[in-house]
Design a protein around this ligand. Structure first.
Ligand code: SF4
Length: 189
């Protein structure tokens, strides 16, 4: 593990607490691989695992590599039955999020996540164009993107918001221009 941390340049543990995804993005292999099913370890098991691994390896950050970490709101409450396990261990964490999931989270839950050490969410925006979002069956909207991004910003949580792009004959298509506009607006807060 020391070599692993050394190569990463930080004492960060990668951990997967759930498998699969219920969504149907047309560009993604997951809907075919997992038949749009999602299964997860019980939150109590995740806390036990990470507490035990922390005792052995002394990491300072956990990167949840789940496809969509914020699939179930209830898991966040159950993960911290007696205060925040991660805050108690003094570690930070990062997770993956869809825009619709972030939009559904209450300010209270986001504040709890921040307090427990959530430092960054990775939110696949993909496109700023409603037409393109429909074409790729993303099932999210730019309104949800702005809602989620704003919520994270208000609570001091960093946002990584990948967008896809392509050009036609060296010129940005309207879809790319819309994506750049969304990325620019998020960057400006
Ligand atoms: S939400 Fe993410 S993991 Fe799920 S289908 Fe879409 S891109 Fe794939």
């Amino acid at each position: 593990m020391e070599r692993y941390f050394e190569l990463k340049g930080k004492r960060q543990l990668d951990y997967i607490s759930s498998q699969g995804c219920r969504f149907r993005c047309a560009f993604c292999a997951d809907p075919f691989v997992y038949s749009r099913q999602w299964v997860a370890l019980p939150p109590e098991r995740v806390v036990d695992d990470l507490s035990s691994l922390h005792g052995r390896y002394g990491f300072t950050d956990v990167n949840f590599q789940d496809e969509t970490f914020f699939t179930q709101r209830e898991r966040h409450r159950r993960r911290s039955p007696k205060g925040s396990w991660s805050a108690n261990l003094g570690i930070t964490w990062a997770g993956t999020m869809r825009a619709d999931q972030g939009a559904r989270l209450s300010e209270t839950v986001v504040a709890q996540c921040r307090k427990s050490g959530l430092r960054r969410v990775l939110m696949g925006v993909e496109s700023g164009s409603p037409e393109m979002l429909s074409r790729i069956s993303k099932d999210t909207s730019t309104e949800q993107v702005f809602d989620s991004a704003g919520k994270m910003l208000r609570h001091g949580i960093r946002r990584a918001v990948p967008v896809s792009s392509s050009a036609s004959r060296g010129r940005a298509t309207p879809s790319v221009q819309a994506s750049l506009a969304v990325a620019h607006a998020i960057a400006l807060g």
